[in-house]
Design a protein. Sequence first.
Length: 72
Amino acid sequence: MAAAIEASRFKWGPFASMYFGTTYPTASTDGTFALGDVIINTAPTTGGIFCYVCITAGSPGTWNKVVCAAVP
């Protein structure tokens, strides 16, 4: 698993897990991920990435970014 992704995980549904890190996996050696897995960004910024969501299971899977919005 990539150094940027915390090795420990939290199950939050029947299949999905929650991880913590600053990026998403990009190589098959980063691990195998399930649809719905989430990586919470440990260094978010306004207008930056809040988290990454796995939209296609696999090694490393396909990930979408969720952006932080400014709250007035």
